[in-house]
Design a protein around this ligand. Structure first.
Ligand code: HEM
Length: 256
């Protein structure tokens, strides 16, 4: 009898029932989609922090994503398409994760008591993940929709005007904290679940992985908050010229 078979005894007769492979496959798909999203976020927040190097750096990077090296002036449509692809992955990942949400308030209370009794880090991590995941469902949707519908409004001034004058900073603050914590907890759980770095000493390597992830989470929160503060400062200085677009120094020189 294979490992996947379970034996069920009904009225004295032994009945063999094949255990479904679907939950394991859905688990794998959830891990793979989560990994892709984590990679996206890791690069996205670094690219976003180009504002720390100055307006010109962020502008050049924005234009590079609009493929200005192929299309004259760049095309914001590329950003919309990227946002659509990421949204599909985002919804797919969230949909798979919903299977694991506590289904009723009673189940939620039982989980809370369980976590309190055990004081188990992994249970607490799981609670952190479903809470931040729930927040991301709304915050991520707002951000993705904005990127999809207004891809032309990305740049040192356009982004800063949105963050400062349009008061989107509060949404970005919540989005930043929830996405960084969610990604950190998610990557740690992936490492544990699939025993990725277990090696010869799983206990030691798991503690090491946890400490590295904690350091990376702190680093990302730092650069994210610093970038957000920089967008706020630019937005404040630019508030009287709200709506005006940034022009690269080379474009200005060319025009004059
Ligand atoms: C293709 C899809 C995406 C594009 C084009 C995009 C682009 C941008 C841009 C241009 C900004 C700067 C602020 C602004 O202009 O409004 C920003 C900020 C941010 N985005 Fe995205 N984004 C995408 C997907 C996501 C996703 C899926 C998440 C997380 C679920 C995310 C999380 C963030 C966070 C946390 C910030 C604030 C960064 C900071 O504080 O430094 N983005 N994004």
């Amino acid at each position: 009898m294979s490992q996947n078979d379970i034996i069920e005894s009904i009225t004295g007769k032994t009945v063999q029932k094949k255990k479904s492979k679907i939950p394991a496959r859905l688990d794998l798909l959830q891990s793979i989609s989560g990994l892709f999203l984590a990679l996206f976020i890791v690069f996205h927040l670094i690219f976003e922090s180009s504002i720390l190097l100055g307006k010109e750096s962020m502008y050049s990077l924005t234009k590079m994503f609009e493929a200005d090296f192929i299309i004259e002036g760049g095309s914001p449509l590329i950003i919309s398409m990227l946002a659509i692809i990421i949204s599909i992955l985002f919804v797919f990942h969230a949909f798979l994760a919903m299977r694991k949400f506590p289904r009723s308030y009673r189940e939620h209370l039982r989980l809370k008591t369980h976590a309190k009794m055990l004081k188990h880090t992994d249970t607490n991590l799981w609670i952190l993940q479903i809470t931040t995941g729930f927040m991301l469902f709304f915050l991520g949707a707002i951000h993705l929709y904005t990127m999809m519908s207004q891809p032309q409004n990305i740049g040192p001034y356009a982004s800063s005007d949105r963050i400062y004058t349009d008061l989107m900073w509060a949404m970005y603050l919540l989005l930043l904290v929830s996405v960084v914590l969610h990604t950190g907890a998610g990557v740690y759980r992936l490492i544990i679940k699939w025993g990725i770095f277990d090696g010869k000493n799983p206990r030691r390597n798991r503690i090491l992985s946890k400490n590295i992830i904690k350091a990376v989470v702190v680093f990302y929160l730092f650069i994210g908050l610093y970038s957000l503060a920089t967008y706020m400062k630019i937005g404040y200085e630019h508030k009287d010229n709200y709506g005006e677009r940034y022009h690269s120094t080379s474009e200005v020189n060319h025009a004059s």
